[in-house]
Design a protein around this ligand. Structure first.
Ligand SMILES: NC(=O)c1ccc[n+]([C@@H]2O[C@H](COP(=O)([O-])OP(=O)(O)OC[C@H]3O[C@@H](n4cnc5c(N)ncnc54)[C@H](O)[C@@H]3O)[C@@H](O)[C@H]2O)c1
Length: 380
């Protein structure tokens, strides 16, 4: 069922230049999706547009997006790929390439990815590699995709040996983060997005120190704590401000460090254990849930190392619980296997691994330190 948001603030548009001299337009707010055709006109896009979507998002939102593209101006085709993570394969990558080739797409034309992070990753990868890159527009439809996957230019598909193993850095021409499309998102997926938001809250001070991001009058963590006192609704006005805040934070981080050689690593807080949990649970735990457990355990590790006061751990546990996210390792998962899995993380180099660890107070992280891989057993 489609909803109309109860609160419709203004759509905020940010023009964002990376240090790579790429310009992305980011529109955030209820109704941002309506900007699609004007943005295509602004970037001088060609007539051909391919919309890549998944069955669920197609049912709820495809007609709506098609209606924003006048038929006299655009020749629009669509391609439905399987739901969730199952689309991030070489098979579906090839199908998109074949679609573009078969319909004569050239470098002026556009691929629009409409969906959660999985579709964005697949369509972004296909778009970046076909003819070395067409115009890409992302319309993220999950909370996680709006605050994270759509921002920052990373695209990827999975290989049989691991997640996100083949990918590119390629920046979209535009991101349209429209809170209204979250109205059809299942509750569990909305909650998963809150985990990434809590992650942003736990790195906010470090990001403010290392980039041009300016903190608001209240720390993000306090805003989130207030918001999760009651069940979070997709059209909560506080959530709207928080989404914009997280997007800005990621844009500033990526602007400073597009290729993840420094401060961008801070965004990986909770992700080393998180990725291992996703894989070991065979994706029973979704990305957000796994990251939530990773955030708690990274904080616990830091308290164990006496880098953080003990009550910080209680605070992280409380905010995760209130957000209805897990924080404990699921029973039945082997800790040894989790450690083994973390050992094969991309961030490992020889006998050392880079970990992002909270320190001093919540909001501050150390993203530069490498730890002996033997420390990984203390993370679980
Ligand atoms: N590229 C990056 O920087 C980056 C960052 C974070 C995550 N990711 C990737 O993103 C993926 C996770 O993204 P996700 O959490 O959005 O999961 P997802 O894309 O699998 O979507 C989750 C589910 O929600 C459904 N859905 C999405 N929007 C909906 C809507 N508005 N209404 C109804 N149903 C909707 C989808 O069909 C799917 O079933 C992973 O593949 C992860 O690797 C990429």
């Amino acid at each position: 069922m489609r909803h109309k948001a109860r609160h419709r603030g203004p759509v905020i548009t940010m023009n964002w230049n990376t240090t790579l001299d790429v310009k992305t337009r980011v529109a955030v707010g209820a109704g941002a999706r309506q900007k699609l055709s004007s943005i295509l006109a602004q970037v001088g896009a060609g007539r051909r547009v391919l919309i890549v979507c998944q069955p669920t998002t197609a049912v709820h939102w495809l007609r709506d997006i098609l209606d924003t593209l006048p038929t006299e101006d655009f020749q629009v085709t669509t391609l439905e790929v399987p739901d969730g993570e199952q689309c991030k394969t070489t098979e579906w990558l090839l199908r998109i390439w074949e679609h573009l080739e078969g319909r004569g797409f050239d470098r002026q034309d556009t691929v629009v990815a409409l969906g959660g992070g999985a579709v964005l990753d697949l369509a972004g990868f296909a778009c970046s590699t076909y003819m070395r890159g067409l115009n890409l527009v992302l319309i993220p439809t999950s909370l996680l995709a709006q605050v994270d996957a759509a921002i920052g230019g990373k695209n990827a598909i999975n290989l049989p040996t691991g997640k996100n193993l083949a990918g590119t850095f390629f920046f979209p021409k535009a991101v349209l983060a429209d809170q209204e499309v979250l109205g059809t998102l299942p509750g569990r997926q909305l909650t998963a997005g809150l985990a990434e938001i809590i992650k942003y809250a736990l790195i906010e001070e470090t990001v403010a120190k290392g980039t041009d991001y300016e903190k608001g009058p209240k720390p993000l963590l306090e805003l989130v704590e207030e918001m999760v006192k009651d069940p979070v609704e997709y059209d909560d006005p506080t959530l709207s401000g928080i989404i914009t805040n997280c997007i800005k934070m990621k844009l500033y981080v990526v602007h400073r460090d597009p290729h993840e050689t420094g401060i961008r690593r801070s965004l990986n807080l909770g992700h080393t254990l998180g990725h291992a949990l996703e894989a070991q649970s065979e994706f029973e735990l979704n990305h957000g849930e796994a990251v939530a457990i990773g955030l708690y355990h990274a904080t616990k590790y830091s308290v164990g190392q006496k880098k953080l006061e003990k009550d910080s751990l209680e605070r992280v546990k409380e905010v995760l619980m209130r957000a209805e996210l897990p924080y404990e390792l699921p029973k039945g998962l082997s800790k040894d296997r989790l450690v083994q899995q973390m050992n094969s993380d991309k961030k490992r180099s020889g006998e050392k691994i880079r970990l992002v660890i909270p320190q001093t107070r919540l909001g501050v992280v150390d993203y530069e330190a490498s730890y002996p891989v033997t420390e990984l057993s203390k993370l679980v």
